[in-house]
Design a protein around this ligand. Sequence first.
Ligand code: ADP
Ligand code: MG
Length: 309
Amino acid sequence: MADPRREAERRRNAHPPKRSFQDQFSDDTSPVGAELVRDRETLKSLSGKKLPKPQETRIMTVANQKGGVGKTTTAVNVAAGLALGGLRVVVIDADPQGNASTALGVDHSAGTPSLHDVIIGDLSICDVLKECPHVENLWVVPSTIDLSSAEISLVLENGREFRLKNAIDEADLDVDYIIIDCPPSLGLLTLNSLVAAKEVLIPIQTEYYALEGLTQLINTINVVKQSTNAELEVSTILLTMYDKRTNLAQEVASDVRAHFPEETLDVEIPRNVKISEAPSYEQTVLTYDPRSAGAVAYLAAAHEIAQRH
Ligand code: ADP
Ligand code: MG
């Protein structure tokens, strides 16, 4: 009869026990473990690191007329990453839905002094600025639902596309970055944002039709460039909601990189549940869960943006 101890050992070797979920995470030879180790190292090397101040204020508009591609998420998290790197940052929420104001924890109930009063009324940006409660050196120009009427009330106004630019010029803010979060359309609010900015940051969701619709955006940018704002350039493209396990995401990412080799950031933002949870706590993912893969990726994106110029 076979030795029962040997038999047990033979069986164990033939069917090695499944590694626990925990083990997979603590073992840096598994793909998940290796990623976690990489994230931890990235976080260690970036957190607390001071970012270089630009020579003059960089005004970046986060635009893409498609909804749900990560514009707001990118605007608030890149802004937080820059501010955590010691820079002074203002986020202008130019979307009447006010999602950026929510994610940055500032009040934007109807009637709150907001971008609407700057664009339509006679308040200055300085009158409506609110400090983000979670991140130092980060301020917000909130948007309220009142802004939804702006597209219509501006239509007949002279110089309607210069309202935001004039307000930014007049405020003459002592900050390093102004980041504008656009609504998902190519209407007057997005136009105002493009006229006011020097750079466009386009988030691209790595899924079907990612490049479709981009032609329209680039055409609009070119029209603005030729007519009113010669300085404007698409400086940055960020791949968002990237799921590298799918061939599709990899194909889209390499397509985008082939079209925009200079503009596309090296870092990709993974699809990550912490990113989508953070706004319900009125936070950016960088403060909500700084060690999560999403936070580390956005911190790295902010650093790449700051280092590139
Ligand atoms: P947009 O401003 O372009 O409409 P959002 O930034 O609001 O897009 O993102 C759309 C939705 O997807 C939001 O619910 C957001 O929390 C979620 N989201 C954005 N980026 C990610 C990500 N990398 N992983 C998981 N969820 C994300
Ligand atoms: Mg949005």
